[in-house]
Design a protein around this ligand. Structure first.
Ligand code: PLP
Length: 427
């Protein structure tokens, strides 16, 4: 019987520890695993049998997290990583070689922007940024070296939901997989159901939910026909010299439609080593148990904050899907269900000085570089998270000088509103 997502968040991938009966997932704090005999060791390395070899590549605690998120997202396999940044890097690198390109939404996290625009360019992988409000821009920017499309479901600061279904459909026509960063919208959106080929998360945010651990994950939808577009993906269809000539599409066949996840694990993770620690995997499993409840409360509180700010005389603009109209609202309603998420943006009269003064006067909300904590958080993006972007890039990403980002938590709504009001009064 297939359970619903809220139930999978508590149960998928684990029942009880086979040796002790422990109901909580044990933290397997080990680097390595005793092989049964020489043949077993050789079979594991040859991938003719699957099993634990070394924690840089796999770990039983992390495996439960991977299975749980795979089930919740409706995917085929997952790969947990050390951070969301590592997940973004590997998501593209797994399909690309030097000289290739990918098309990316301009509405993305500032750290991802730098990773793609500077670090990956230096590696010879070209990012082509396009405005996602016109899905056809993805088609126009594509050529036969385009290996992926990339977007964020609910990108801050603009908080305009990415046209997942539209861009995924263009990609499927051309043979280009859509990778969706769903960090800000777990539970509310399952990008694979809208046609994305890969979903990624910074688990650091809502999935962990308590601001304790950095992590990331890639979930392979198992729903993209790599075989039909062989010429576009030589990295999956030609012998890999890094794994004694394995052809990943063939090697994965006995295991299921998991060529993407398998290759990422046994090549990128093996070689570059950005693995998640088992302890952090345990922390994320704890967070995921309550993520459905939290997303509901985050969304309710953020919607109330947005409505309140919209009436406030010192606030010139409020950004939250609940306040949007027209095409942006239609896309939000088509892709999100159960709420509009916990992120709210606002612009204040008086621009940068006003934004910074508001933040300095808050007493309950934390001033931090994070989102998705159970606590309410805030930051001034143009002087912090997005400060490496130039003026033109800031504008494309929607970061104006007076913009303040709020990540609304699950506290009592009256306490959140009281703190915001007293800080606004002092601006
Ligand atoms: N993606 C989004 C949408 C983010 O907000 C962040 C971090 O702020 C990241 C990716 C990067 O994740 P991490 O900080 O876990 O590396």
């Amino acid at each position: 019987m297939a359970h619903r997502t809220e139930t999978k968040a508590l149960h998928a991938g684990y029942r009880a520890d086979p040796t002790t009966g422990a109901v909580a997932v044990p933290i397997y704090q080990t680097t390595s695993y005793q092989f049964r005999d020489a043949q077993h060791a050789s079979d594991l390395f040859a991938l003719s049998e699957l099993g634990n070899i070394y924690t840089r590549i796999m770990n039983p605690t992390t495996d439960v997290l991977e299975q749980r998120l795979t089930a919740m997202e409706g995917g085929a396999a997952a790969l947990a990583l050390a951070s969301g940044q590592a997940a973004s890097l590997y998501s593209i690198q797994n399909l690309s070689q030097s000289g290739d390109n990918f098309v990316c939404s301009t509405h993305i996290y500032g750290g991802t922007w730098n990773l793609f625009n500077v670090t990956m360019r230096d590696m010879g992988i070209e990012v082509r940024f396009v405005d996602p409000s016109d899905p056809e821009a993805f088609r126009k920017a594509s050529d036969d070296r385009t290996r992926a499309y990339y977007g964020e479901t609910l990108p801050n600061p603009k908080l305009e939901v990415f046209p997942i279904a539209e861009v995924a459909a263009i990609g499927r026509e051309l043979g280009i997989p859509l990778i969706m960063d769903n960090t800000a919208a777990p539970i509310l959106c399952r990008p694979l159901e809208h046609g994305a080929a890969v979903t990624m998360y910074s688990t650091t945010k809502y999935l962990g939910g308590h601001g304790t651990s950095i992590g990331g994950i890639l979930i392979d939808g198992g729903n993209f026909d790599w075989e039909a577009h062989k010429e576009r993906f030589p990295v999956l269809t030609r012998p890999d010299p890094g794994y004694h000539g394995a052809v990943w599409l063939e090697a994965a066949k006995p295991l299921g439609p998991i060529a993407y996840a398998l290759k990422a694990r046994v090549t990128l993770l093996r070689d570059a080593g950005a693995c998640m620690s088992p302890f952090n995997a345990f922390m994320f499993l704890q967070g995921i148990e309550t993520v459905a409840l939290r997303m509901q409360r985050h969304s309710e509180n953020a919607t109330a904050v947005a409505a309140h700010l919209a009436q406030h005389p010192k606030v010139t603009k409020v950004i939250h899907p609940s306040q949007q109209e027209g095409e942006a609202r239609r896309r939000a309603d088509a892709h999100l269900s159960g709420g509009y998420g916990g992120l709210v943006g606002m612009e204040l009269e008086g621009d940068k000085a006003a934004g910074q003064s508001f933040i300095d006067n808050l007493k309950l909300l934390y001033h931090v570089a994070n989102i998705g904590d159970a606590r309410s958080l805030t930051i001034h993006p143009s002087s912090t998270t997005h400060s490496q972007l130039n003026a033109e890039e800031l504008l494309a990403a929607g970061v104006t000088p007076g913009y303040v980002r709020l990540s609304i938590g699950i506290e009592h709504i009256d306490d959140i509103l009281e703190d915001i009001d007293q800080a606004l009064a002092k601006v």
